[in-house]
Design a protein around this ligand. Structure first.
Ligand code: SF4
Ligand code: SF4
Length: 383
């Protein structure tokens, strides 16, 4: 088998944030330091750097290693060449996201922040335009009648159209990730039972991200807690908006201890606190993992923070009896939330919510398939 080398791979990686790849001398310190390396063999994470240095694009695109790194920064702190291996792993994740995406939009957005912002603004203006032209009557007497201004059945329909659209792009990209990783031939040679048995691994890592707890220092433990909080807030919002919208978007004013309000406030705080903390950390740049931030890192956090902030402002304006303020902020809220979901989930950093647990699932499948192959064809393993 011949290996096609891509001489420009490491230059291309610059656009995705991997700017210090050339400094690596492959000493192996990062492998010794990385708390996750023992699970992944003796070449994690420097193998990825080597693949980039030597232009082995096919092997890079096939690799799951970038998704197995939780960006704790221990390797970068100890690298004798300041080659920033943690940053290279992050850049590789951006690069892989662009390779999985068949539309080319992820690549465009990672290479040009202006295009990403333009896409967000266009989708936001589209949502604002829908409300400007099609909103219901604006009742300015109390109680606030949000469901007259924005009938819940239409908002619900819009939610499902949006969810269907972004799921289509995200899932087709995920299918390409599976195809790239397992190769067509290997994919169909694996027993369906192996795929089935590994399913719990996917959900385990999607909901708990517990592997990140193995990463280095106490700082990483708090990082894990914030991440967990963020995932719980995000999933809560999805359930409230997609499944329970008729209960959640109501004109009734429930007491503060009612589950409808408590769940909404929990989801808001679970989004606001971690995103706020991550934004401050990136702004301060005290930890090695925050020395470098790409535009996509900022856009994703700012959009999520503003979505949660405007969401709670709608609730406060409604409950406290400000009809016009409620309607205006509601439109602003959706004009931020919709592009945040449509642009960021399938084509930008949010996609890691699916790719990371999927990578853990595929690793589990590959290990199980290799174990079966070892049992049935031991001579092939020793050849
Ligand atoms: S990234 Fe740094 S620590 Fe890792 S192999 Fe290269 S030079 Fe050594
Ligand atoms: S950032 Fe942390 S998890 Fe990722 S390779 Fe470096 S040491 Fe390992």
């Amino acid at each position: 088998m011949t290996t096609q080398l891509h001489k420009t791979l490491h230059e291309e990686m610059h656009f995705f944030g991997g700017k210090d790849v050339d400094l690596c001398m492959n000493c192996g310190t990062c492998t010794v330091i990385c708390p996750l390396a023992r699970d992944e063999g003796g070449t994690f994470p420097r193998r990825i750097i080597r693949l980039i240095q030597t232009g082995q694009k096919r092997l890079l695109v096939k690799s799951l290693d970038p998704w197995l790194c939780y960006y704790c920064g221990d390797c970068s702190e100890n690298c004798p060449r300041q080659a920033n291996p943690a940053e290279t792993m992050m850049a590789s994740r951006r690069y892989l996201t662009s390779q999985y995406d068949w539309t080319g939009l992820a690549r465009l957005f990672y290479k040009s922040a202006l295009m990403e912002i333009l896409a967000i603004v266009l989708v936001g203006l589209f949502v604002t335009g829908l409300f400007v032209w099609f909103h219901g009557p604006m009742v300015l007497t109390l109680p606030v009648q949000l469901n007259t201004f924005a009938p819940v059945k239409w908002v619900e329909l819009g939610d499902w159209i949006m969810a269907g659209t972004l799921s289509f792009f995200l899932l087709t990209n995920a299918a390409r990730m599976v195809w790239n990783t397992l190769d067509g031939k290997q994919m169909f040679g694996i027993s369906p039972l192996i795929y089935f048995k590994a399913v719990p691994v996917f959900f385990d890592h999607m909901f708990t991200q517990r592997r990140s707890r193995q990463c280095g220092s106490t700082r990483s433990r708090s990082f894990w807690l914030k991440h967990l909080l963020l995932v719980s807030g995000y999933l809560s919002m999805l359930v409230l908006v997609l499944i329970l919208l008729r209960w959640f978007q109501t004109d009734r004013i429930y007491p503060i201890y009612n589950p409808q309000r408590l769940w909404g406030y929990y989801a808001t705080l679970a989004l606001l606190y971690p995103t706020g903390a991550f934004l401050i950390s990136r702004w301060r740049r005290k930890e090695p993992i925050h020395f470098f931030s790409e535009a996509s890192d900022w856009i994703f956090l700012v959009m999520l923070f503003l979505t949660a902030l405007t969401g709670i402002m709608v609730s406060l304006a409604r409950v406290n009896g400000f009809p016009m303020t409620t309607y205006v902020i509601y439109v602003i809220h959706l004009s931020i939330a919709v592009p945040m979901l449509v642009v960021e989930v399938p084509f930008s950093k949010w996609s890691h919510l699916l790719y990371r647990p999927l990578a853990m699932y595929l690793v589990s499948v590959k290990k199980a398939a290799a174990a079966v192959s070892l049992k049935t064809q031991p001579e092939a393993a020793t050849a």
